[in-house]
Design a binder for this molecule. Structure first.
Ligand code: PEP
Length: 249
């Protein structure tokens, strides 16, 4: 009932050549019939990616967006602009944005609303640090981040959000949450969503992110509350990313 989603976050990596490689490889590969695949390259590659992916199942995503449609925000990019390049998804609240660019829950919420206002599907990233996990605060932190946003949305907006649970200690570290650890948190997120609306909870797509790769993807994706993956490092190699997509069938 929930279509799996695999999203590749290139972060500030990649090249024009990598965009072309993805555009060539995906149309030639058989993917699970029911699967959404999104690539999120840096902004300068969106234009060529839109053309390179035209004959492939790949959708385009953005790694962030500004809350405003336009204006005096040097260096920023708006959702309206992203739409012009065929962007369908955008990350909001990635832990690197929360930490390095000091985006708090309010800033995350503003970006999420901006995405919804131009019909871009927001992927809301949440997750605890190692200190928070060790202090037994994982669910408090994760549900705090989810709840801040969800409680401020209209009921019709909530089903349009995808949530990515990304334990901060597992991002880019090679240290993956065990399938059991990931499932436990994601079941908790789904249960929390049911407090708004049971149908919402049943239909909402929840992704796991944090050192997912071709070797561990199948076991993570087999968990009942994991509907896909947000993949960083392993999304920079066509073969690895294809293998992850194939394990989502
Ligand atoms: C990410 O940046 O969202 C991520 C999950 O990175 P990695 O897969 O490299 O841990």
């Amino acid at each position: 009932m929930r279509t799996p989603l695999i999203a590749g976050n290139w972060k500030m990596n990649g090249s024009a050549a990598l965009v072309e490689d993805f555009g060539r490889a995906f149309p030639r590969t058989v993917l699970p019939a029911s699967l959404d695949v999104v690539v999120l390259p840096p902004f300068p590659y969106l234009d060529m990616a839109q053309r390179a992916f035209a004959d492939s199942p790949l959708e385009l995503g953005a790694q962030t967006l500004n809350p405003l449609h336009s204006g005096a925000r040097t260096g920023e990019v708006s959702g309206q602009m992203l739409r012009e390049f065929g962007v369908k998804y955008a990350l909001v609240g990635h832990s690197e944005r929360r930490q390095l660019y000091r985006e708090n829950d309010e800033a995350v919420h503003d970006r999420l609303l901006a995405a919804l206002s131009v019909d871009i599907t927001p992927i809301l990233c949440v997750g605890e640090s190692l200190e928070e996990r060790d202090a037994g605060r994982t669910m408090e932190v994760v549900l705090g981040q989810v709840g801040y946003v969800m409680a401020r949305l209209e009921p019709v907006q909530r089903p349009r959000v995808v949530i990515a649970y990304e334990p901060v200690w597992a991002i880019g570290t090679g240290r993956t949450a065990t399938p059991g650890q990931a499932q436990e948190v994601m079941a908790g997120i789904r249960k929390y969503q049911a407090s708004f609306d049971r149908e919402l909870a049943a239909g909402m797509r929840l992704l796991y992110g944090g050192s997912m790769n071709a070797n561990n993807a199948a076991e993570l994706l087999a968990q009942p509350d994991i509907d896909g993956g947000l993949v960083g490092g392993a999304s920079l190699k066509v073969d690895d990313f294809l293998a992850i997509c194939q394990s989502a069938g």
